[in-house]
Design a protein around this ligand. Structure first.
Ligand code: CDP
Length: 138
């Protein structure tokens, strides 16, 4: 099995805070927090998938920044990549439209206050290191 499918997660940062989203489904993931996102479709670029997923799941108009270095295994054949993202001027505030039932903006001291999905923990840790180095979230 060599095919892998990339799931893009968004490190959506606004006003120095990182958005975390609590999953409402499927049952084995419900109640756990993640970086919002989803599968990249065939022929779609990762940054386009990120913008699409954020529009569908949160109703926001976002733009991708750059990719956070690294790749984290999910249930085969999926792997998680993380991209930074920000809201474009005039975007609506995020709302949990599908997949999620609660959102939280986490300040620098609050990142570990939520129960992240196991597989998102190393991705979030790497994201913080990346954002910190860029002066985004310290
Ligand atoms: O919306 P779409 O169906 O494209 O994707 P999804 O169901 O949101 O995510 C696809 C898979 O990636 C699910 O199994 C999620 O649990 C997983 N995922 C994850 O582990 N961490 C994330 N930050 C986002 C998705």
């Amino acid at each position: 099995m060599s095919e892998r499918i990339v799931v893009v997660g968004a490190a959506l940062v606004d006003d120095g805070r990182l958005l975390a989203a609590r999953r409402s489904a499927p049952v084995e993931l419900a109640g756990r927090w993640e970086l919002p996102g989803g599968k990249v479709e065939p022929g779609e670029s990762a940054d386009a998938a990120l913008v699409r997923e954020l529009r569908e799941e949160l109703g926001v108009d976002a733009e991708a920044g750059g990719r956070v270095p690294g790749e984290w295994p999910l249930k085969s054949p999926y792997v998680l990549h993380v991209w930074t993202a920000r809201l474009r001027p005039g975007s609506a505030a995020p709302e949990p439209l599908e997949d999620h039932d609660e959102l939280r903006w986490l300040g620098p001291g609050e990142i570990w206050d939520v129960h992240w999905l196991d597989q998102d923990v190393p991705a979030v840790r790497q994201t913080l290191a990346h954002l910190g180095a860029a002066g985004g979230l310290t």
